[in-house]
Ligand binder design. Structure first.
Ligand code: GDG
Length: 729
């Protein structure tokens, strides 16, 4: 049976020594609760640090812990205190965490942290590789393990690996500051599916992959050699019913008591966070202070319950932060409070789940104003607990959750006056409006809860595994390759249809520089000369280049993506006759204008087409200009017998009805060749593949979807195959 292997820094349970036995406790944090529902079934194993130190030499204790964890289907990765210090407290929390939350000045570029991070990620890879069995899915979580997918790709190349980041992925301008930016990106891209909380993070990641590693993406898939990585947004949900149900019974109980003891209570504002400078707790207190100052009418009538959960207490910055919070609370209570009123009730601890729900349920307003937050589950949990629909959420626009919770009062956490105004609006919002906003958010959160989130991601991984299996069968290697060679040697008449750029030679920044090398020409000669063999070069290039380069071969030529055809020893013929070229008068100036505006791009004019080349244009600019040019051209060519064709770094406008499929018609009309092979790399070659009979050996060169039956990774691989065929003639 195939399993799901979940991997995270911490296991969902922590091991503590109680007397002579070990106790297992639920680990704190949203991930453990979030994935608990997925880990509930028998088909999963969780790999992570067990929360306790055991010296390397003490293998007996390690064995005992390992055995104890089996019942929770957990597998420990043991770490020493210094490893944990450098990898977790160091690189993860003092380098990646501040940088990814847009606090670059707090990020410490420290090489020993980095070395520990690499080492621990490698240790995790060893552990996962030990456990992994054919067909298992691996799901790696969070910024502590960004190198792990890459390590796994090397250790278990055929494994299906997913990676999910729980914190923001910063924009290129911030991410580029990391000295280890390449390694981290390459690490994450070892996965098959990469997930983020929202689309902004996805965009940032894709832009970093393009700028830093030069990997292009299309439809949110990054193409890397023979693999492609799906990158998408999966906004994490909460276990909605787990919050909503107890909140409902608390509300019921309260109603019963209230009828007996009517009481006017103060309006309650709630603030809950882990202690962290990204959560904006001090800034929130400052806004509350300003609110009481500017709205004296609310003094004595409201209270702020401030729950701060201790976190990372051994990091100095967090200790400083705690002091700042203490001071701010003292200042506010001192300034406005009195014997019968405390403006801020401050709790520095964690509370049991039931108490947490009661706090959510009883709050009239939740102030959730982090400076940056990957998602923020507190805001969602608050919404789930407003059973009667009363309550207002004030939420930072810089929290990932803001994308889904648009009915909240969204604020810029740095804008104190806006925060004051939002609090005033929240406290005076009519009940119908509160209910209307709350119901809309609740519906959304109920539908896409944490189970739906996990199912969505795992479903994506499963589809990916199916694709990989199909891809494995499509790879032109091993037994498939032997069958091809056998069929080739057996056949008496053979037809080879080969695209040129990107298929026989790799792409070159200067199209004119991609002339065939001598070895290639010799190969093509050996393939085309034996009687019964027919070789056709089917290219997008103009006639002249093909004549210059391949004129000396006994080969057929197809130029301009099928517009011109030349059978061996004959003259060029247009594939279609009587086509007007007057359209060029209106299209040419448009493309010329884009050439002027887009440094590095150029226009090529062919007999039946106009082409915009942009291989040398900076990637971001190219994407923007391409979209713009396409828009203009679609409008310009509407209702005319023209088509727009996108190839590799080219956009071409041409007369409709040509195409490589039509270009090869003269060869297909001849008495059937026993062996037909066509190879190509881009979309124009799909037309060629589509025109061939099912039995043809159609081969796509490079990654990406195609209707070709097989693929090879690169032009070099194709040439190796052709060499082998030439020898078997
Ligand atoms: C990271 C990202 C992202 C809090 N206090 C108590 C308590 N909690 C629980 C809450 C909530 C969780 O802790 C906190 O989750 P957040 O999402 O708000 O924040 P982070 O811990 O920073 O989480 C964040 C998240 O990962 C998931 O991807 O949303 O952006 O930073 O579930 O309920 N639970 C109990 N007592 C408490 O006192 N029992």
């Amino acid at each position: 049976m195939s399993r799901l292997i979940i991997v995270s820094n911490r296991l969902p349970v922590s091991v503590t020594l109680e007397g002579r036995d070990f106790e297992l406790r639920q680990s704190p944090g949203g991930l453990a609760t979030g994935l608990g529902s997925v880990h509930g079934g028998r088909g999963s194993v969780w790999v992570g640090w067990p929360g306790t130190f055991v010296p390397t030499g003490d293998s007996r204790t390690r064995m005992r812990i390992t055995r104890r964890l089996v019942e929770s289907r957990c597998r420990p990765v043991f770490l020493s205190r210094s490893e944990l210090d450098d990898y977790y407290r160091g690189f993860s929390n003092r380098t990646l965490w501040p940088l990814f939350h847009y606090f670059p000045t707090l990020a410490e570029p420290n090489w020993s942290f980095w070395r520990a991070y690499q080492m621990v990620n490698a240790r995790f890879a060893d552990r996962v590789a030990e456990i992994w069995r054919e067909g298992d899915l691996i799901w790696v979580h969070d910024y502590h393990l960004m190198l792990l997918p890459g390590f796994l790709r090397r250790r278990v190349p055929h494994a299906t690996v997913g990676f999910f980041l729980h914190i923001p992925f910063p924009s290129f301008e911030v991410f580029r500051l990391l000295p280890w930016r390449r390694e981290l990106l390459e690490g994450v891209l070892g996965a098959d599916v990469v997930g983020f909380h929202n689309y902004d993070y996805t965009r940032h990641f894709l832009s970093c992959a393009r700028h830093i590693l030069g990997f292009e993406h299309r439809f949110d898939r990054v193409a890397i050699d023979s693999r492609s990585v799906a990158v998408d947004a999966f906004p994490m949900g909460i276990d909605y019913e787990r919050f909503n149900r107890p909140a409902a019974s608390i509300a019921r109980r309260r109603l019963e008591t209230v009828t007996r003891v009517p009481a006017r209570r103060r309006r309650r504002i709630l603030s809950i966070d882990r202690l962290d400078y990204t959560k904006g707790i001090v800034e929130r207190l400052d806004s509350y202070d300003a609110f009481l100052d500017l709205h004296p009418e609310y003094r004595g009538k409201i209270e702020l319950v401030l729950l701060v959960v201790p976190s990372r207490t051994r990091v100095e910055r967090y200790r400083d932060l705690r002091e700042q919070i203490d001071r701010a609370v003292g200042r506010i209570n001192g300034r406005y409070g009195g014997i019968d009123w405390t403006p801020v009730h401050y709790l520095y601890r964690s509370v049991p789940f039931e108490r947490l729900v009661a706090l959510y349920e009883s709050a009239d307003v939740a102030l959730v104003t982090p400076l940056r937050d990957g998602m923020n589950l507190v805001s969602k949990e608050y919404v789930a607990c407003q059973v009667d629909g009363h309550g207002v959420l004030v939420l930072s626009e810089t929290a990932g959750a803001a994308e889904e919770l648009a009915e909240a009062l969204l604020v810029n956490p740095y804008d104190r006056l806006q925060n004051v105004a939002a609090l005033a609006q929240a406290l005076s919002m009519p009940e119908e409006e509160q209910v209307r906003r709350m119901r809309l958010m609740q519906d959304r959160l109920r539908r896409y809860d944490v189970r739906a989130w996990a199912a969505d991601f795992i479903g994506r991984l499963r589809r990916c595994r199916q694709e990989q299996r199909r891809e494995k069968d499509r790879r032109l290697a091993g037994p498939v390759r032997s069958r091809l060679i056998a069929a080739w040697s057996r056949a008496r008449a053979r037809l080879l249809l080969l695209d040129y750029d990107g298929t026989l030679v790799p792409f070159s920044a200067q199209p004119e520089a991609a002339r065939p090398d001598l070895r290639l020409l010799s190969l093509l000669r050996r393939l085309s000369s034996p009687p019964g063999n027919e070789l056709v070069i089917v290219s997008g290039r103009a006639r002249k280049a093909l004549d210059d380069w391949f004129g000396g071969l006994a080969a057929g030529l197809v130029a301009e993506h099928g517009a011109w055809v030349k059978c061996s020893g004959e003259d060029w013929q247009p594939a279609m006759r009587g086509q007007s070229q007057r359209w060029k008068e209106s299209v040419r100036p448009v493309i010329q204008r884009f050439v002027v505006r887009t440094p590095g791009s150029e226009m090529e004019e062919k007999d039946f087409s106009l082409v915009w080349h942009y291989r040398r244009v900076g990637s971001e600019l190219a994407v923007a200009r391409l979209a713009e040019l396409k828009d203009v051209l679609i409008e310009l060519t509407a209702n005319r017998r023209l088509e727009i064709l996108e190839g590799s770094k080219v956009l071409e406008v041409r007369n409709a009805g040509t195409g490589k499929g039509r270009g090869i018609a003269p060869w297909l009309r001849r008495p059937g060749a026993g062996f037909v092979l066509a190879a190509g790399d881009d979309r124009t070659d799909e037309d060629l593949f589509g025109a061939l009979p099912d039995r043809a050996w159609t081969v796509k060169v490079g990654p990406g979807p195609s209707q070709a039956r097989f693929y090879v990774e690169s032009p070099a691989r194709l040439r190796a195959l052709l060499e082998r065929m030439a020898r078997a003639t």
